[in-house]
Design a binder for this molecule. Structure first.
Ligand SMILES: NC(=O)C1=CN([C@@H]2O[C@H](COP(=O)(O)OP(=O)(O)OC[C@H]3O[C@@H](n4cnc5c(N)ncnc54)[C@H](O)[C@@H]3O)[C@@H](O)[C@H]2O)C=CC1
Ligand SMILES: NCC(=O)COP(=O)(O)O
Length: 328
């Protein structure tokens, strides 16, 4: 069986995405890989880093070999300087995602791995954009997906993703929790071999609301939603106070944590595993993984960007695609 083809979007061209693509070109990979990006930007970054790369093009993606990089050229709009954002290149960043998404939906690619984008500059350019997660869901016609990061022995999924904190409480509804838990449990079974995963669910408020004295969302929304799901057989623990949930005694018996919002769950996971964790979008009609870090503009072109998280993201995407090929 041929190794699966993974599409890697190079992300924000002024960030570390191109550096990481160059670093990958020097390693063996478990998949065939094509980088969606501007080949001139990649050539320039390779020169800046002092790395020799043979750039390959063409419709079919060959076996990967260290020293070479297959690139699907999608031109940037403006000259790229490492570390300096230019909003004129935001349409290019989105074009990389559009091309990758079309390739995944059409079957040319068996998985998508994304290098980081800069959400702020995309918005500055006039494109509403909160994250890959939401963009890929919208553009593939998927009404609900779940962001989950895995690393350091933890799996942390989020009920809400890129929302201002002020909007989070209103977004936590019984319907949302119902959909998120179903996707999370189904994907843990399908992609991680956990037939009936035990999920620890965090409360929203300090001390999970302290019996209603510190907020009523646990009593009025989260508990009833979990009770209905438990009656169907889902193995759910909580809602638990988020501070004590992230302790070994609570985590060890569980397969995953469901946090209510981005900064409730991700700081813990990143503290445990920054640099080697993987971000997975659950519930898309194709496989998508990503790095655990952002554009690191301070490191672009310096040779100091670590490639560990991207290597882990590619390994996980390849493993998932290989499993899908055997048992779709
Ligand atoms: N998957 C994605 O597209 C993500 C994009 N971002 C975006 O990245 C931008 C910058 O975000 P920040 O919060 O500053 O996070 P960041 O991850 O870019 O930087 C935080 C710190 O980690 C370091 N760092 C990041 N990646 C590294 C690597 N590969 N090797 C060594 N050190 C590394 C940086 O130098 C910096 O000191 C934001 O616009 C944000 O939206 C953030 C997270 C994920
Ligand atoms: N902190 C993780 C993150 O923001 C990743 O977002 P996305 O671009 O993968 O949706």
């Amino acid at each position: 069986m041929n190794p699966p083809v993974v599409a890697l979007t190079a992300g924000e061209p002024a960030g570390v995405g191109p550096d990481l693509c160059i670093a990958l070109s020097q390693r063996p990979l478990p998949c065939r890989m094509t980088v969606l990006g501007d080949v001139q930007v990649l050539e320039a970054r390779a020169r800046q880093l002092g790395v020799e790369v043979e750039f390959l093009a063409g419709e079919s993606v060959p076996e990967h070999r260290p020293g070479a990089l297959h690139v699907r050229h999608i031109p940037a709009a403006a000259a790229v300087n490492a570390g300096q954002l230019d909003r004129r290149n935001s349409a290019h960043v989105l074009a990389l995602l559009d091309a990758a998404l079309a390739g995944c939906m059409g079957g040319a690619y068996q998985a998508l791995v994304t290098a980081p984008v800069h959400k702020g500059v995309i918005n500055d350019a006039g494109f509403p954009f909160t994250g890959h997660t939401e963009y890929l869901a919208d553009h593939s016609g998927t009404p609900r997906v779940v962001m989950m990061l895995a690393g350091g022995g933890l799996r942390v999924a989020l009920a809400t993703t890129h929302l201002p904190l002020r909007a989070v409480a209103d977004a936590i509804t019984p319907a949302l929790l119902d959909q998120v838990v179903r996707i999370l449990a189904a994907e843990l079974a399908r992609r991680f071999g956990l037939a009936r995963p035990r999920i620890a669910v965090a409360g929203l408020n300090p001390h999970a609301g302290e019996s209603g004295h510190l907020g009523r969302e646990e009593i009025e929304i989260i508990e009833p939603a979990l009770a209905r799901l438990r009656a169907e057989g889902f193995d759910l623990v909580g809602p638990l106070p988020a501070d004590t949930l992230f302790s070994r005694i609570r985590l060890d018996p569980c397969d995953a944590v469901l946090a209510m919002y981005h900064d409730q769950g991700l700081p813990v996971l990143k503290y445990a595993s920054f640099g080697s964790a993987v971000n997975i979008t659950l519930g898309l009609p194709f496989i998508r993984t990503s790095v655990d870090h952002g554009t690191a503009l301070d490191l672009a072109g310096s040779g100091r960007a670590e490639v560990g998280s991207l290597v882990a993201a590619i390994a996980m995407a390849t493993e998932m695609a290989t499993r899908d090929a055997v048992a779709p």
